[in-house]
Design a protein around this ligand. Structure first.
Ligand SMILES: C=CC1=C(C)c2cc3[nH]c(cc4nc(cc5[nH]c(cc1n2)c(C)c5CCC(=O)O)C(CCC(=O)O)=C4C)c(C)c3C=C
Ligand SMILES: [Fe+2]
Ligand SMILES: [Fe+2]
Length: 343
């Protein structure tokens, strides 16, 4: 019997710094997130980051937390429930870090008799720190606990016509009655090193401005290419004029070079260049979360206004929009009927 597991990143169980510390420990000790040898990673995470970050992150989480819990978890639950209402196979939800775990999601499906699972990492663009770590952990759990199960992986959908259409529509809906001058596409950043590690050709990704535009098999796993391609396709769909949009990368951590341009600097530069009405869309996330609600919606807005901007519009993620639910339900139905998902 077939079933589906949606997997998102995860959040702490509460905004208590102790829970935030536990969550960050699991998250940052992942070798695909902080990709250093174990001893160095343990020193960086347990010896340095976890001494100060949990308190700071807990304060940020407190600003966005809902009565029902973490926005990312609540919105992912709504997504799972609404897709479940539209499809005939069981749909479960799991988080890569924290709860509900991938093991509990697979157990829920196994208890319903599922032995063929469509794994859906809830990330439009592939990254080692997101999609890959989900697939690797799910496979480890499958081998140990559910050896009779088989998996199909939903490929990154950054350029899927359905996804581009609903993302474009969500932007158009949000901006239709607003006066805006510039649309910034802000994606979660990753260290540049991650891009090179995921390059299957071992030579294509130079992060030089040209490689991501030059066709290559490396792009199947190039987060940077996939982000620029999402932007390009949405720009084409919406008919945006050159000079009214750009792409940037947010949420960097540590001293290594991360993908540039950085969102915080870009927001400031745009205000200094005279942009008064700025809209920001965050297509690396399908559910609103700390990085969209606090980093963009609060910090980003403050930076923009302080630098001379007037109006700042943070465009919500796809969350549980009906057209997005319909797209996911259609992909699930199509896979359940044919084993394939096509454009
Ligand atoms: C080395 C550190 C990090 C990498 C690499 C990274 C990649 C990455 N993350 C997301 C999506 C999300 N990240 C979120 C929070 C978050 N991310 C990092 C660090 C890295 N992320 C940290 C330390 C945190 C926690 C909060 C903080 O202290 O700032 C979230 C939000 C979670 C929530 O509960 O709301 C998401 C979602 C992507 C897509 C990505 C690479 C492409
Ligand atoms: Fe992150
Ligand atoms: Fe590239």
């Amino acid at each position: 019997m077939k079933g589906v597991l949606f997997v998102n990143l995860g959040s702490p169980d509460s905004t208590d710094p102790k829970d935030v510390k536990k969550y960050l420990d699991e998250f940052l000790m992942d070798e695909r997130v902080i990709d250093q040898p174990y001893l160095l990673r343990a020193f960086l995470v347990k010896g340095i980051i976890l001494n100060t970050r949990p308190k700071k992150s807990a304060a940020a989480y407190k600003k966005i937390w809902w009565d029902e819990g973490s926005p990312l978890i609540v919105l992912s639950e709504r997504l799972q429930e609404k897709v479940q209402e539209k499809v005939s196979v069981p749909v479960a939800l799991a988080m890569r870090y924290g709860n509900p775990s991938i093991e509990s999601g697979l157990q829920e499906l196994a208890d319903k008799g599922v032995d063929e699972v469509l794994l859906v990492p809830l990330y439009p663009q592939f990254a080692m720190a997101t999609t890959e770590t989900i697939l690797v952990l799910a496979e480890e759990i499958r081998k140990k606990k559910f050896p009779k199960m088989s998996f199909t992986e939903l490929p990154a959908f950054y350029n899927h016509a359905d996804y581009v259409r609903v993302l474009s529509q969500s932007i158009a809906d949000e901006l239709k009655d607003k006066k805006w001058d510039y649309l910034l596409f802000s994606y979660h950043g990753v260290p540049e090193r991650h891009i090179r590690k995921s390059d299957i050709t071992k030579s294509h990704c130079q992060i030089d401005g040209q490689c991501c535009k030059t066709p290559s098999p490396a792009h199947q796993f190039c987060y940077r290419h996939q982000c620029y391609e999402t932007t390009r396709q949405v720009v084409e769909t919406l008919g945006l004029k050159e000079g009214t949009y750009s792409t940037s990368f947010q949420s960097r951590l540590g001293r290594d070079p991360w993908l540039q341009p950085y969102t915080d600097k870009t927001i400031e530069d745009l205000a200094h260049k005279g942009i008064k009405n700025l809209a920001v869309v965050t297509p690396a996330f399908v559910s609103d979360c700390l990085e969209t609600l606090e980093e963009i919606g609060m910090e980003g807005k403050e930076e923009f206004i302080e630098a001379g901007g007037a109006n700042f519009y943070a465009i919500p993620c796809l969350n549980d929009r009906e057209d997005w639910i319909n797209v996911l339900a259609r992909w699930v139905d199509q896979w359940a009927a044919t084993q394939e998902i096509t454009a």
